[in-house]
Design a binder for this molecule. Structure first.
Ligand code: PEP
Ligand code: MN
Length: 259
């Protein structure tokens, strides 16, 4: 059975569970996060995502709010009881970020940042390791070993799509990595259908496929007004679209009866 990653005494990722994590690509403001938090809380979502350090291709694009963003996440966490996941890019930030996040995210661009992997491996917090956009399965497995070799075995893998010749979608979502990683490692595997497709209208079909192929959950970008998002708006769902997705996935899970 897939390893259960304990997020706290009452919350796990892996095992028999199918987890849905959601939130904006980037933390943009206190108001934005309050609004999103209220909505996700009503839907029963337990883990909220939001980037404070954004790895943008263009250095002139919005880079995230940094520690101010993490503080906003911590406020949300304290007032609603959410667990928080956020990306850390610089090994020097790991220690200071420790008290703000419940799960460290290692982004696609940093999957082979071995000093970052080793430093996070020295902590005792769960870590979501995204697949590098050009990484083979084997490179991804080895990256996870850089974390576990330092003592941290609380690893959650996340397939977020790889670069191929196809450019209709932002990435090609390699769903086959789910059964492969689940047999090659003991760790849960989440699917990120937002980065995996780069297109809002493909997030639901990709999520259904993720459930059917045995993934342990989803991490999805949402925004109250996707067209105004400071990053990744075109792949973010609005509240209504996300609500439909959650309901569809829940009923599909019941009828599939495979878990
Ligand atoms: C993100 O989750 O917003 C992100 C930057 O993802 P990735 O590292 O997969 O590109
Ligand atoms: Mn994003």
């Amino acid at each position: 059975m897939t390893k259960e990653i304990k997020i706290d005494d009452n919350l796990i990722i892996g095992g028999e569970k199918f987890s849905i994590i959601a939130g904006p690509c980037a933390v943009e403001s206190e108001e934005q996060m309050q609004y999103i938090a209220q909505f996700l809380n009503q839907l029963g979502i337990k883990i909220i995502r939001g980037g404070a350090f954004k790895p943008r291709t263009n250095p002139n694009s919005f880079q995230g709010l940094g520690f101010d963003g993490l503080k906003i996440l911590k406020d949300i966490k304290d007032s609603y009881g959410f667990k928080v996941i956020s990306e850390i890019m610089d090994p020097r930030d790991i220690e200071d970020a420790y008290r703000y996040v419940d799960i460290y995210q290692i982004g696609s661009r940093n999957m082979q940042n071995y000093s970052l992997l080793r430093e996070i491996g020295k902590t005792d917090k769960p870590v979501l390791l995204k697949r590098g956009m050009s990484a083979t399965i084997n490179e991804w497995i080895k990256a996870s070993e850089y974390i576990s070799i330092e003592g941290n075995d609380k690893i959650i893998l996340c397939e977020r799509g790889i670069r191929t010749f196809e450019n209709y979608t932002r990435n090609t979502l390699d769903l086959m990595s789910v059964p492969i990683m689940k047999s090659e490692t003991k760790y849960p595997v989440l699917i990120d259908p937002s980065h995996g497709t780069g297109r809002r209208e493909l997030v639901l079909p990709a999520s259904k496929a993720a459930l059917a192929i045995g993934a342990d959950g989803l991490i999805i970008e949402i925004h109250p007004e996707p067209d105004k998002a400071l990053s990744d708006g075109h792949q973010s769902l609005n509240f209504n679209e996300f609500k439909i997705l959650v309901n569809k996935i829940k009923s599909m899970k019941k009828s599939l009866n495979i878990y």
